[in-house]
Write a protein that binds this ligand. Sequence first.
Ligand code: GLA
Length: 388
Amino acid sequence: MELNKYNIELIKENFQQLFGTEPLLVRSPGRINIIGEHTDYNEGFVLPAAIDKAAYVAVAKREDNNIHLYARSFREEYTCSLTALSRRKTWTDYVLGVVDQLLIKGHNITGFNLVLDGDIIIGAGLSSSAAVECSVIYALNTLFELGLPKMEMVKLAQAAEHSFAGVKCGIMDQFASMFGKKGHAIQLDCRSLEYNYIPLHMEGISVLLLNSNVSHSLASSEYNTRREQCEQGVGWVKEFVPETVSLRDVTLNMLDRYVLPKDALIYKRCKYVVEENIRLQAACDDLKKGDIHSLGEKMFLTHNGLSKEYEVSCKEIDWLVNYVSNNSAVLGARMMGGGFGGCSINLVKEKAIDNLVEDISKKYKEATGLTLDAYVVQIENGTGKMLN
Ligand code: GLA
């Protein structure tokens, strides 16, 4: 499967036509997550990687305090003043949310011109919003010489998502976009923020994304609900074990004793998270040993938990994962990201990819009436400046 490479000249020329000056160009990628889903906001572990689909911004300072934005993909412009930023429930929130956070934290910035573009499929669970936030914070940090270290930029981008987009997301997406490394997955401890890069050596196996083309409209409200349910579980454990801070501190035994008697649904949610953290640690060992079979089996278990216990999958994604579950060329598959649509991530033997894609696309259409899109992803570097 051939990949279309983004042509950086497009955004550069567009910027020059609109504003007549030379821009600074920044790229920030989308992400996959191999295993460790819905664990980040529970202070657990994740295993994401940055991909070859990204958000791009071209940016330059203005003499006044105005912000002029243009989104190439939507052919839409928007202008406002630094002193009057508003939420609009559209792409501008991911740009202005970052500006808002910079102002709240007292950073000294003036007006700027910005063109936004990208090739991350929106709504597919590849974190296009985090990629935009990270590209904007990186660009403004460079432009206004704010001197923010990468981890600060990640936290600021996450805060922008909380305040302007209204999703109480964890840190994984912004972290993966900023810190991605070519050919590596990142094992991140979302409590200490310590991380290490694990080479994604998967001889003859590729990461195949299957986009269900179901867009996750439920995602943000259900996402916030899951977060509250986990917090409720922690609260009940805390009544007996006061030092408990998050599900990271909770064992299955504690859930059985303190949460199950109170509420079966909250128990199910918490049980998935506690088990997923254990699974992720073992999956990282598998990856380090090159045991992709064992890693793949854990991905199927994760899917089962996300679908049956955490209940963030949907029937189309369940169909996709179920369809490949007995295919010996598919080592692992599961839903990926926040859920309620988007992509499944599959570890597939390279030689089998073309046949699988042809077959599953046909069957998926028959079963759901929807078109399936397939992408083989490459693992790339995180946020950075592009050379003009
Ligand atoms: C979304 C959020 C992340 C993470 C995943 C689920 O992508 O932005 O912080 O919680 O869902 O793992």
